[in-house]
Design a binder for this molecule. Structure first.
Ligand SMILES: [Zn+2]
Length: 284
């Protein structure tokens, strides 16, 4: 579902070597949360993960997919999202539902970022981070993995979610004073401003001395990449014996996508056909 509010917009500062992007995820939030029993804090985490994902993808210069996976020792067992270069995103959180606070949710996170170009080599980086917030975890990721000073800021009131990413350009790493200046400026930005003003209003208020050059905005939308073919491959990889025993017990194999809740049903005949042509499909 497309929503006119849901956009990503990149920008550059004119007098400092800093690039950035802002995202508004308002319209897609209901779809992202639909069918999951997320607590308000879990909703916030999944929105933050998706926003970070979209923001990171906005700097991608190639066609492909960026995915995030966070596994922790806190209450969050798995937090994952992906976003392609057309800004189609999805996300999922699995937790023990014994919620206390964001810090307890996020203990000893193992963050995995994967870049899958449409053509070429897949690139993956895994960084352990222990921080009280997801924003800090992503900042630590860029610091450790990419040596790129990066700041994230997320704000949500449940109905509306806004995210900001700022990054010091790689060739300008030594400009520590400039970066400190940006950090101080960002601390003056109120959550309320991000939620109530338009992007250009609060960006201008924040960086009116540095100057902001805005690039064209692009729509972002929830969408799932699951397919019947994908589940067919999964069934084949489980093996004929395993699938036959499910058919024997239940009459059919029912699978459901955890991201979008689409159900894929395979009856006895589907399964027979699948395994008779299985060697073909498995190799695709
Ligand atoms: Zn799906």
């Amino acid at each position: 579902m497309k929503n006119q509010n849901d956009i990503i917009q990149r920008f550059m500062l004119e007098s400092l070597p800093v690039r950035g992007a802002v995202v508004n995820l308002t319209g897609g939030l209901a779809t992202l949360y639909e069918g999951h029993q997320y607590t308000p804090d879990e909703q916030l985490l999944i929105a933050e993960c998706v926003m970070a994902n979209v923001l990171m993808t906005s700097h991608l210069k190639i066609e492909g997919l960026v995915s995030i996976q966070a596994k922790g020792e806190g209450n969050v067992r798995l937090l994952t999202s992906d976003c392609d270069n057309n800004f189609r995103y999805r996300g999922l959180l699995e937790s023990s539902h014994e919620f206390s606070d964001e810090k307890a949710l996020l203990e000893n996170l193992m963050l995995t970022m994967t870049l899958e170009p449409a053509k070429g080599q897949r690139y993956q980086s895994i960084v352990p981070v222990d921080s009280g917030s997801l924003a800090k975890a992503f900042e630590a990721y860029f610091d450790q993995s990419e040596q790129l000073p990066t700041l994230f800021r997320f704000v949500s009131n449940g109905d509306k979610a806004i995210g900001l990413m700022l990054q010091l350009l790689p060739e300008e790493r030594e400009r520590a004073d400039d970066w400190e200046h940006i950090r101080v400026l960002l601390n003056t930005l109120m959550d309320e401003e991000m939620l109530t003003l338009s992007f250009d209003e609060w960006l201008y208020r924040l960086f009116h001395q540095e100057g902001v050059r805005l690039y064209d905005e692009r729509p972002v939308h929830f969408g799932c990449s699951c397919s019947r073919e994908g589940y067919e491959r999964a069934l084949i990889s489980l093996g004929k014996q395993e699938i036959d025993s499910i058919i024997e017990e239940q009459g059919s194999v029912e699978t459901q996508c955890h991201f979008c809740h689409q159900v894929y049903l395979f009856d006895a005949q589907d399964v027979t056909e699948l395994f008779s042509s299985g060697s073909d499909k498995a190799s695709h």
